[in-house]
Design a protein around this ligand. Structure first.
Ligand code: C5P
Length: 323
């Protein structure tokens, strides 16, 4: 059994992700799709804290920041109430992550998990996966283990397709990746720091499963090379509409608000716009931080959803407490 070390509390940032390329390659018999996707971790983060307890109690608290009332106020009267219903402990992916890691490592002590959520749900930003990833990284640090070891990545993979990348991102070992398989086979890419995006999250969340079910695997899949060259700094200017997401069409069919958000981002002058993941968040690539902030202000006034300017995630030192 692994034993806990002198660190008794680990607090870290769990970043969201954007998909700058997502192509479907094959529909599998296990209900998943083989795909090729390019992901970048962004500085929209949930806060995850895991504290060891002496009394063998295991607790889990998750709250929104701002409070759901604030989110609804920002999203307007169309906000679906389900967007802020956090799943009960047993159904919460972060709690499942804690259970899996304790079972695998034979950890029998008590702990308290506290999560402050800023990444919206049903948004294609990997919010639930980010929390699960944050919990895995925190446990790894409490037990002085490598969060990106094969066994930790196996736990991550079992929790969800995006979790392995978000573990590597929260641990600070990857800023971006090309992911293959169902999203778990990672190839790290060094993402340039001078990237600026504007996000537009509409009040209508989308179900990942439903969007995939409505998708079509193309006979002539699009490769990710041009976006990878751009992200790694080999291309100063992207070609028009170079961000590609095969899930965009089914998401637009399921939720017309996505069509409006994409059009608003284009009209605001973004260089390239797309849906992230299975949506419903849309995003645009901007030329500068100032332009991203200006577009976020402009889009916020249009009543389509919450707009914000984001950059690639830059990992800060964890705020740990020792015994
Ligand atoms: O892996 P995750 O639990 O996040 O996936 C949620 C759903 O999205 C899956 O049940 C599946 O329907 C769909 N999916 C897929 N192919 C992938 C990833 C997800 O079809 N590569």
């Amino acid at each position: 059994m692994a034993s806990a070390t002198a660190i008794v509390r680990c607090c870290l940032q769990a970043p969201a992700k954007l998909n700058l390329h997502l192509e479907l390659l094959n529909r599998r018999s296990d209900g998943y799709h083989d795909l090729e996707t390019v992901m970048v971790a962004i500085d929209l983060c949930d806060d995850v804290s895991v504290q060891l307890r002496d009394d063998h109690e295991r607790t889990f608290h998750c709250r929104w920041s701002p409070h759901p009332t604030g989110w609804r106020w920002r999203l307007g009267e169309n906000a679906q109430s389900t967007a802020f219903c956090l799943p009960s402990n047993e159904r919460n992916l972060a709690w499942k992550a804690a259970e899996s890691v304790c079972q695998t490592l034979g950890f029998e002590e008590g702990f308290a998990i506290d999560i402050t959520k800023r990444i919206p749900m049903g948004a294609g930003l990997g919010g639930a996966s980010a929390d699960a990833a944050g919990v895995l990284v925190a446990f790894a640090q409490l037990m002085e283990l490598d969060p990106c070891s094969e066994s930790m990545m196996q736990i991550a993979e079992g929790l969800g397709s995006d979790v392995p990348f978000l573990v590597a991102a929260a641990a600070g070992t990857m800023s971006g990746c090309i992911a293959r398989g169902r999203g778990e086979q990672l190839q790290s890419i060094a993402v340039r720091k001078d990237l600026h995006f504007v996000l537009l999250y509409p009040p209508q969340p989308l179900s990942t499963k439903e969007v995939y079910e409505h998708s079509r695997v193309p006979s002539d899949p699009l490769g990710s090379q041009s976006v990878v060259d751009f992200l790694c700094g080999d291309l100063s200017r992207p070609k028009t509409a170079f961000i590609h997401n095969r899930l965009q069409s089914p998401a637009c069919e399921l939720e017309p608000q996505v069509v409006r958000c994409l059009a608003a981002l284009r009209d605001a002058g973004a260089m390239s716009v797309a849906l992230t993941g299975s949506g419903s968040t849309c995003f645009g690539l901007c030329r500068s931080a100032m332009e991203a902030r200006r577009m976020a202000r402009q889009l916020s006034c249009q009543g389509l959803g919450i707009a914000m300017a984001v950059r690639p995630f830059n990992k800060r030192a964890n705020n740990n407490e020792s015994a």
